[in-house]
Design a protein around this ligand. Structure first.
Ligand code: UDX
Ligand code: UDX
Ligand code: ADP
Length: 487
């Protein structure tokens, strides 16, 4: 029914579509891969020239360790970036839909449900321009049963004689480790309808992955299980972090150490050691959005206790971020008004320049409301992005949202510069370069006001070493007996 895949189109050149299809191009030299986007600036950035001095592709719109080498290898060979969406759809045997699915901001389900209008408009486009049968693959995380809406759109808009099969193939990559996750995934999930052509489509997609993924790691399921599994996996991961962060709060008040507690629990193979790193809170484009989605789904199925159960994971995260910010103010003698507070790390995790739902946004906004002077350093987040995330917005008389500037926020180009003359250093994302062995904390101490405080929102620094230098240290999940003898 479907021939072997020779040509792939990916709609959406973002954090998911870009890296995923670059790897497919690298591992499948016999397949042409075209990644398209309606945003011309984004496509131009994917097509940007190498740095004349180093030869590195530094202008790509997504920073991911290892990505630029793969793009350099494949671009122009069997990997293309284009704004010509229609042409790429027409040529393709298989189309990945990898567009953004943000949380709805208004209307029914506002604040919870996914905004599917990008998925819908790209699906309509496929139906309108396709002149041959195709396999359509949902790559973006979507609510359960989205495939069914896509099917209705495709069937009501396509030309006669053209057949579409829809697959769900959620992407489980984590940012910062995307290339590694894509090259050696724990599993590839492919959901299809239990029909002959549905199964054939699933086999064709599986063949693409089998170019580098062992067949036993490819798991075939029904469409709805596949869609729900993506939401479920992210909810379970986020739940672990909220759980460990709730325990971190208990540790801080009892003198237990969250490092010891997490290690002790993780030694139980049923629990396992991963994803038990206490933190200021989780961020990223997926966890909150997907749980809100799950909450909305549960609510619409009449399962209110289930909705409330998962909502609590987000509430714990909000509480964690605020608790940490409060701790800073409380420790600095209950006021940070006019004080210089240095923030190290603004991305939602290390090895990415992405700030979507970053806990640093919540914490820095808190500091701004307390009228502190906030100086921020992050190795990868562009200055303009930090200002865009922290800008105050005010509704004018016509209801238009107007930016009110980001006074009292300074973006610095090094950690040393950000910390100069500061009263406190607050570590918010776990970049390796902030570790005691990589950063000259002695030098930072010399240039700070005294007492000099460090607040470790990622529980990643060697507190003993910092205390020897002279710092007063507060780390998430470590109690007064351990590090806060000065309190
Ligand atoms: C538990 C802990 O496993 C053990 O480490 C601790 O020392 C004592 O408490 P126990 O209660 O004996 O042990 O049995 P466990 O295997 O944990 O099961 C507890 C309950 O959960 C049982 O009713 C079991 O049927 C149920 N269960 C367990 C599930 O419903 N699903 C599961 O995946 C696992
Ligand atoms: C997540 C899922 O891991 C991935 O499988 C899915 O495809 C997309 O969502 P991502 O958001 O990119 O990936 O990063 P992840 O490593 O999961 O981290 C999310 C947040 O949790 C980050 O802010 C991170 O710092 C935080 N985190 C993670 C912790 O605070 N503690 C941990 O133990 C792990
Ligand atoms: P994700 O993290 O899910 O990859 P991104 O926001 O990084 O999300 O990327 C999604 C991309 O999809 C954006 O670059 C956006 O411009 C693009 N996009 C959205 N709708 C369409 C569409 N109808 N056609 C082509 N590209 C689209």
């Amino acid at each position: 029914i479907h021939p072997p895949v020779r040509s792939i189109c990916c709609i959406g050149a973002g954090y998911v579509g870009g890296p995923t299809c670059s790897i497919i191009a690298a591992r499948c030299p016999h397949i042409d891969v075209t990644i398209v986007d309606i945003n011309p600036a984004r496509i131009a950035a994917w097509n940007s020239d190498p740095d004349p001095l180093t030869g590195d592709l530094t202008g790509l719109p997504v920073f991911e360790p290892g990505l630029s080498d793969i793009v350099k290898e494949c671009r122009g060979r069997n990997l293309f970036f284009s704004t010509d969406v229609d042409e790429a759809i027409r040529k393709a045997d298989l189309v990945f839909v990898s567009v953004n699915t943000p949380t709805k901001k208004s209307g029914v389900g506002a604040g919870y449900a996914a905004d599917l209008h990008y998925v819908e408009s790209s699906t309509r486009r496929i139906a309108q321009v396709a002149t041959s049968s195709k396999i359509i693959v949902e790559k973006s995380t979507v609510p359960c049963r989205t495939a069914s809406s896509m099917r209705v759109i495709l069937e009501s808009n396509s030309r006669p004689g053209i057949h579409f099969d829809i697959l769900s193939n959620p992407e489980f990559l984590a940012e910062g480790t995307a290339m590694r996750d894509l090259q050696a995934p724990d599993r590839v999930l492919i959901g299809s309808l239990d029909t002959e052509s549905g199964q054939c489509a699933a086999d064709r997609l599986s063949e693409v992955y089998e170019n580098w993924v062992p067949a036993e790691r490819i798991y075939m399921t029904g469409l709805w299980s596949s869609e729900l599994s993506k939401l479920a996996a992210n909810a379970l991961l986020a739940q672990r972090i909220s759980s460990i962060n709730s325990l971190a709060a208990i540790c801080e008040s009892t003198g237990a150490s969250i490092h010891e507690v997490a290690h002790a629990c993780g030694l139980d193979r049923r629990i396992g050691p991963q994803f038990l790193q206490a933190s200021v809170g989780f961020g990223g484009s997926c966890f909150q959005k997907d749980i809100l989605n799950l909450v909305y789904l549960s609510e619409s199925l009449g399962l209110t206790p289930v909705a409330n159960y998962w909502k609590q994971v987000i509430e714990m995260n909000e509480w964690s971020k605020n608790r940490f910010a409060h701790k800073v103010v409380q420790t600095l003698f209950n006021t940070i008004t006019g004080k210089k507070v240095a923030v190290l790390g603004f991305s939602f995790k290390d090895n990415t320049g992405d700030t979507r739902e970053s806990p640093a946004i919540t914490v820095c906004r808190f500091f701004r409301r307390e009228l502190a002077r906030v100086s921020i350093y992050d190795p990868k987040v562009p200055e303009a992005q930090i200002h865009a995330d922290l800008v105050d917005r005010e509704h004018d008389a016509t209801g238009v949202v107007a930016p009110q500037g980001t006074n009292n926020v300074t973006v610095c180009s090094s950690a040393l510069e950000a910390c100069k003359d500061a009263e406190a250093v607050v570590v918010l994302s776990p970049w390796r370069e902030f570790r005691c062995e990589n950063l000259d904390w002695g030098h930072i101490y010399e240039n700070m006001s005294k007492p000099a405080f460090v607040f470790d929102g990622r529980a990643m620094l060697d507190a003993e070493k910092l205390k020897k230098i002279g710092f007063k240290v507060h780390a998430v999940g470590t109690g007064p007996e351990k590090t806060d003898a000065w309190l």
